[in-house]
Design a protein around this ligand. Structure first.
Ligand code: NAD
Length: 513
């Protein structure tokens, strides 16, 4: 897409004309590809007012009409696949196969929630306080206006896919994309409007997180944040002060376990995908590998061979496996992590260096061993293409070391015995576990919840929870005649009667569960 085409997308940002602009750069070569307005807190507040004014009308749409917008979006984004892939690659520097994952994710999310919303949002009969006398119905109302704060690494999935359930639940949404990757969300906004989404129902504010974060969180009824644990804590603090509900999808230091009975070649191939997809800038990517000593030599050899076979380069075609890091800050962090580890005794099996010949922020996929707990990258998320391999004596040791982390986002287990793999999974303290896959199996299982334990987050995306978190449940109980208030006389008898009633009810529910 040309500079002018990208710039024209900023017409969707209110106050675009009157604000200073920020340059957006392509990580492949650091060239300026467009500019976006630096919105102010006042812009956020007026955008939220507009969203709130649209909320009753949007909530009054039949769910089937809302779903129809996203069914159209599903087809439209697949039709325009190549165009959005260009935008994603331009502003993130990722490889085209990595960018494609986002497009598939957006289409899958649109289809899944368009199909689920009608069923999940319908009023549901619940057991009443007194059987046959109380009619109880649970209703799901939109929560209000939803704010989505998203990171740069998956600019389509983590802003637009995340908006889909919120919108389907009947809420207007305001997205604050990462300051460096705004065009993907703006492109998708443009497409969604073409698919019939009313203007004020989805809006984007562009600019700096620390400036726009608070006014957004203070003005919404629900905030969905994806990003670092550090900023997640700030978001939770502000949300807490305003008693605003939130979900936080945060960082990870994800382990992969290779058991003694694993198909070692498959495990190595899976690990390479898990470690280096999106150049390692993936919250659920693998940064620690625990391999059983009986297969360790064979696994390390295969891992290094597969890693060396990856192609690293810039290009808007499907020919390269691994793309660039986002920027100089991230490159410096990756370099510092590896240098610190090497200085303290780690061994580089492959990689371990920047590749300025390919672009300013390229770094080779890197495999380390001899990593010890005093090295920064032993515990801290690198968020780059660097993995450490540790040898273990038993499955219990692998599980214990995998769980010895402040994070609990994703894990992967490799074994020929899938039942054993599932048993190991149950002992891992992570929100998702993939058996004989690294991350895509659990992420792609959109009918099941995805999110983090411990410092990796609060709440879940995907599945029913991913939709219902954007609703307020309301219980409406209609009493046919009064059996709940104590009578004016004969209260002791009444007390005996209700006590007996509870005993009988327990018996009955044991017989007919
Ligand atoms: P980040 O926390 O720096 O930024 C995320 C978003 O928060 C951006 O839009 C940014 O502008 C905004 N922000 C910054 N300061 C803010 C403030 N004070 N108040 C409100 N918003 C503010 O994260 P990042 O560097 O863009 O992303 C990388 C991190 O995100 C990694 O830790 C990664 O693991 C995590 N992540 C998690 C998931 C998940 O699903 N768990 C997915 C992707 C990325």
């Amino acid at each position: 897409m040309t500079f002018a085409q990208l710039e024209s997308l900023t017409d969707h940002v209110s106050s675009a004309g009157s604000r200073p602009h920020r340059q957006i750069r392509a990580p492949y070569d650091d060239s300026v590809v467009g500019t976006v307005p630096l919105c102010t807190p006042e812009d956020v507040r007026s955008t939220l007012d507009e969203a709130r004014a649209a909320s009753d009308e949007w909530a009054s749409w039949p769910v089937s009409d809302r779903a129809a917008v996203f069914r159209r979006f599903h087809d439209a984004i697949l039709d325009r696949r190549e165009s959005i892939l260009d935008v994603i690659q331009t502003e993130t520097g990722k490889s085209r196969p990595d960018a494609l994952e986002e497009v598939l994710d957006a289409a899958t999310t649109a289809r899944y929630y368009a199909n689920l919303a009608g069923r999940a949002l319908s009023p549901t009969r619940r057991s009443g306080a007194v059987p046959f006398v109380t009619k109880t119905v649970e209703r799901s109302h939109p929560v209000g206006v939803v704010g989505i704060i998203s990171p740069w690494n998956y600019p389509l999935s983590l802003s637009v896919s995340e908006s889909i359930p919120a919108l389907l639940a009947g809420n207007p949404v305001v997205i604050k994309p990462d300051e460096g990757t705004p065009f993907t969300a703006l492109w998708a906004l443009d497409l969604l409007r073409e698919c019939g989404l009313p203007e004020s129902v989805l809006q984007v504010v562009t600019g700096e997180g620390p400036t726009l974060g608070d006014p957004l969180i203070e003005g919404v009824d629900y905030v969905s944040f994806t990003g670092s644990t550090e900023v997640g804590r700030l978001v939770a603090e502000t949300a807490g002060r305003h008693l605003t509900d939130c979900s936080l999808e945060l960082g990870g230091k994800n382990p992969l376990l290779v058991l003694d009975d694993a198909d070692v070649a498959a495990a190595a191939r899976g690990a390479v995908r898990g470690c280096f997809a999106n150049t390692g800038q993936l919250c659920i990517s693998i940064e620690r590998i625990y391999v059983h000593e009986s297969v360790a030599d064979e696994f390390r050899e295969a891992l290094v061979r597969e890693t060396k076979a990856l192609t690293l380069d810039a290009g808007y075609d499907y020919d390269h496996d691994v793309g660039s890091l986002l920027d100089g800050e991230l490159l410096a962090k990756v370099e510092a992590h590896v240098e610190d580890a090497v200085e303290k005794g780690a061994t580089v099996l492959t990689g371990g260096r920047a590749r300025p010949d390919l672009g300013p922020y390229f770094y080779e996929p890197t495999v380390l061993t001899d990593v010890t707990s005093n090295m920064t990258l032993a515990d801290e998320e690198t968020f780059g293409p660097v993995v450490s391999v540790y040898e273990v004596e038993s499955v219990s040791e692998a599980i214990e070391r995998a769980n010895d982390s402040e994070y609990g986002l994703n894990a992967s287990v490799w074994t020929e015995n899938t039942e054993r793999g599932e048993q190991v999974a149950a002992r891992l303290a992570t929100g998702t576990v993939n058996v004989n896959e690294a991350y895509a199996a659990a992420w792609g299982s959109i009918d099941a919840p995805m999110g983090g334990m411990k410092n990796s987050g609060i709440g879940r995306r995907h599945g029913r929870q991913g939709l219902m978190k954007y609703t307020e449940s309301q219980t409406v109980a209609t009493q046919r005649f009064d059996l709940l208030s104590p009578p004016e006389r004969g209260r002791a008898l009444w007390a005996d009667g209700v006590t007996l009633g509870l005993r009988l009810w327990k018996r009955l529910t044991e017989l007919v569960p």
